[in-house]
Design a protein around this ligand. Structure first.
Ligand SMILES: [Zn+2]
Ligand SMILES: [Zn+2]
Ligand SMILES: [Zn+2]
Ligand SMILES: [Zn+2]
Ligand SMILES: [Zn+2]
Ligand SMILES: [Zn+2]
Length: 574
């Protein structure tokens, strides 16, 4: 199995090969998976990706600490059981709870941080990279602190060996049959002429984990114990178990795994749909909040505006009355004070006149003085003696409590169900059964043959909210059904477990069973399909009257019609 598929960089320099290699996609079952548009790479993308196809890019760094993965030691790539995220061994050891830090998935309790499996594919990739980079490899057998530079590589042990350990290795009973290459020969396997690929036969064999079997290759797989075992194990402990040759079991497992991946794709599609629905509901919630706040603000502003207008009106009325009364009082005051001055002046002159000794001249003025004194009572008219208007300006608080009470009921905030949405007014070209034809911009469906069943799904996938779709029965033949179905419904089937249908003769079919009858429909009818996820029901109306109501518990669904004969024409009315 080629681990790093890709175009051949023949003739390229070492550096170019290296960079091409590091960018290659690496997946477990490379060709099968990519041809089915899915992935099983080392890392899933961090943000939820709505598209089904995901490229599996080799990520050479730990997503938690950003260290570059190494083929051994604390920066070795480890797989988190359950979600299959890859992080470095150091980060794995530092996990505080049994959860993946990237997606919060629970890690099964039977795993401890020490026994998370190695990401062997990534390790092999790193090994190939290291060879291509021509780094001096230290002996894997020497003490770590002062290891010698290696001169050889044992393909069987997958170990670099220094001169001393190489001699020991080829002399030892257990390893003298091993295939040992010089480091240069080993490196040449990854030379550009070798297509930059790590071939299957370069991958070190796995040895039996049972103590005493360390030198035995695990060539079998025990299906009961789900582990790889050696020949001795197969003949002893696993004698009565079902086991098989690694390659045979692998090929079988591969197709089983493949089926499981395909099976879980539906779940992924549903979750991705739900996620996109949650996102769009979230978006419309934000938009609603925005416009509701604006409405409330506008209402309050208009009330405040009215209050100011009223205030201005009352204040100006108040001012008008005040000004009017004030000017009257001011002129009365002037009149009275002028009169007082006039009287006081006359009186003081007269008193002086009474004191004078010049009686002759005094008498000479008698006529003028008499007239002046006689004028005094006429100075102020009787009505001017009392304040011209003794009323006061009053502001009366009217309707205060009523208006405050009304203000408390001004506006109302509530949760409301959104309006029904109209379905996309098209049938889905890619989801139609045998002999089913579409016309009118995919809005009309009909059959060219009437043998067997043939249906078509609507474009709209419904997993939240309420949807409405109007269809016109242009012409109806025998075995015409309208309703809804699940995403994966068989398109060459009549009433079945994967759909809910109303037949032209009024039969109501639910999950392959006839659950009731109603009036049915005929040529020239216009039917309204109402699909309500919140209320978990599906209804068909004609002329505003309900024909049938069916409870729906599984989502998403799609509009669906089965045209059972060549005489049926059904068109979606936008
Ligand atoms: Zn994870
Ligand atoms: Zn890390
Ligand atoms: Zn050594
Ligand atoms: Zn060896
Ligand atoms: Zn077994
Ligand atoms: Zn064994």
């Amino acid at each position: 199995m080629a681990m790093i598929p890709g175009p051949s960089p023949t003739g390229a320099s070492k550096f170019e090969v290296k960079s091409t290699l590091s960018r290659q996609r690496v997946s477990i079952f490379e060709s099968e998976l990519s041809s089915h548009g899915s992935s099983a790479g080392f890392e899933a993308t961090p943000a939820p990706d709505l598209s089904i196809a995901q490229p599996s890019i080799t990520v050479m760094q730990c997503r938690l600490c950003s260290c570059t993965f190494t083929e051994s030691g604390p920066r070795m790539p480890k797989i988190l059981p359950n979600c299959m995220h890859t992080i470095c061994a150091q980060c794995a050891r530092e996990l505080t709870d049994q959860r993946c830090p990237l997606d919060h998935n629970q890690i099964p309790l039977r795993y401890t941080t020490k026994d998370f499996p190695d990401n062997f594919m990534l390790i092999q990739h790193i090994q190939a990279m290291n060879v291509l980079e021509g780094k001096d490899k230290l002996c894997d057998v020497c003490d770590e602190e002062d290891a010698d530079v290696s001169t050889h590589f044992c393909v069987d042990c997958k170990q670099y060996l220094c001169e001393i350990h190489f001699s020991a290795h080829v002399r030892s009973k257990t390893s003298k049959t091993h295939q040992v290459l010089t480091v240069n020969d080993y490196a040449s396997r990854f030379h550009p002429s070798d297509h930059g690929c790590l071939e299957r036969n370069h991958v070190s064999p796995l040895f039996c984990q049972v103590s005493g079997h360390e030198s035995q290759r695990s060539d079998f797989f025990c299906e009961l114990c789900e582990q790889v075992i050696c020949t001795t194990c197969a003949l002893m402990d696993h004698r009565d178990h079902v086991f098989g040759d690694i390659e045979d079991v692998y090929q079988r497992q591969k197709s089983e795994l493949h089926e499981k991946i395909n099976f879980s794709k539906e779940t992924r599609t549903n979750i991705a749909n739900s996620l996109s629905n949650v996102n769009s509901v979230l978006q419309s919630l934000e938009a609603n909040f925005e416009s509701a706040s604006c409405d409330a603000d506008e209402l309050m502003e208009s009330i405040v505006q009215k209050l100011f207008e009223r205030k201005f009106f009352l204040m100006s009325q108040l001012k008008e009355i005040y000004d009017e009364k004030r000017s009257v009082l001011l002129s009365q005051r002037r009149l009275l004070s002028d009169a007082l001055v006039r009287i006081d002046t006359s009186h003081s002159f007269c008193r002086e006149l009474l004191e004078t000794t010049d009686h002759q001249r005094a008498l000479d003025m008698k006529r003028m003085v008499r007239l002046s004194l006689e004028e005094i009572p006429k100075l102020v008219a009787h009505r001017d003696l009392s304040p011209s208007m003794d009323d006061v300006v009053v502001f009366k608080r009217l309707n205060e409590s009523k208006i405050i009470e009304d203000l408390e009921t001004l506006g109302r905030v509530s949760k409301e169900r959104p309006q029904e949405k109209a379905c996309i007014p098209r049938w889905d070209q890619s989801r139609r059964g045998q002999d089913v034809m579409l016309s009118n911009g995919d809005s009309t469906v009909y059959r060219t043959d009437h043998r067997g069943w043939g249906g078509v799904q609507g474009k709209q996938v419904i997993s939240s909210g309420q949807y409405r779709m109007r269809i016109s029965i242009d012409s109806v033949g025998n075995n015409t059904f309208v309703g809804i179905c699940y995403n994966d419904a068989n398109l060459n089937e009549g009433p079945s477990k994967r759909n809910i249908l109303l037949r032209e003769n009024g039969e109501i079919w639910h999950h392959g069973e006839k659950v009731g009858t109603c009036e049915g429909f005929k040529t020239a009818d216009v039917l309204e399909l109402v699909i309500d996820v919140d209320e978990q029901k599906f209804q068909i109306f004609r002329d505003g009257k309900v024909l049938c109501t069916v409870e729906v518990l599984t989502w998403p669904v799609r509009p669906f019609v089965v045209v059972g004969s060549r005489h049926s024409y059904i068109t979606i009315v936008p």
